[in-house]
Design a binder for this molecule. Sequence first.
Ligand SMILES: *Cc1c(COP(=O)(O)O)cnc(C)c1O
Length: 366
Amino acid sequence: MKVKFLDLQELTNKYNDEIKREVCDVIDSGWYLLGERVKKFETHFSDFCGTAHCIGVANGLDALNLILRAYIHQGAMKEADEVIVPANTFIASLLAISENRLKPILVEPDIHTYNIDPEKIEEAITPKTKAIMIVHLYGQCAYDERIGEICKKYNLKLIEDNAQAQGADYFGRKTGSLGNAAGTSFYPGKNLGALGDAGAVTTNDEELASLIRMFANYGSRKKYVNEVKGINSRLDEIQAALLNVKLKYLPADTKRRQQIADEYLSNINNGKIILPKVIRPEGHVWHLFVIRTANRDMLQKHLSDRGIQTLVHYPIPPHHQGAYAELRNSSFPITEKIHKECLSLPMSPVLKDEEVRYVIDAINEY
Ligand SMILES: *Cc1c(COP(=O)(O)O)cnc(C)c1O
């Protein structure tokens, strides 16, 4: 048997007819940017997250970048201020901070949940700290009351990197609505994936939303009137049209991911494998199912020999990347251990029961 890590073609096929109809309607409409489909998607996605506002942008990195940019414009932070971020995140979280000439301050994750360790945040705070960017990594909600309290106590903005966790729940509230503002990504492989690049900001802050919309559209609220030096970062009508289709099915797709995760969690039984820790079942939408094992490459080969494709998220932590040479001498042992030992098993709503069973058996044989 061959088991793909994520079969994007199969995933798109599932909604093929409906997507094609919507996309063709856009083509025929003659209107491709800043139109009705984007507006409709922004309304649907903000309803879905439970926020007052959603601004469609070109990708997830821009979403995070624009949030910080708007805060700088407001005077809530300035060049060289610090933003706390988990050390084991995907590099985009850090890049958004650096792009704004802010300084990323890395904090270790909890080794079992892979999310930022709330107990280690306070010791990283300095007078320059202006925000905490939590990342709902692998699809698990990273928020907890302790983080909310720290933000209150030190008057910090709470920004969510919600790229991997659309639809994750925190006691009835959705990720994307838990902080002051959230950036998300609709990169094709994400839980809510477009067929190309796309992203969004969600927030309840009306003034911030309005600033971000302006910055994303050439710094303009009114055509050819440019109040600030903005950028071009817009969600286009074609992506919005198909995201409207896929958003309808996201709850069902999430349920399927949760079912598969339950199967893995209940049936993988091998002393060499450490399973991910789930805080609350509704709080995890399983963008990725990430296990740890001492000889990761050996396990990966064992599975690959049996036709099972796995990936590593991520092989090199940000502080060991050339892009962050200034952090090369810092040490984050938990992060480094995760990067050395983690392996992502096949996970997607189109994975079949027999494929899940096959993966479980192959791991138990290892
Ligand atoms: C995918 C991702 C991003 C960036 O999204 P793009 O749409 O690729 O720019 C940011 N943060 C995290 C955690 C991601 O997984």
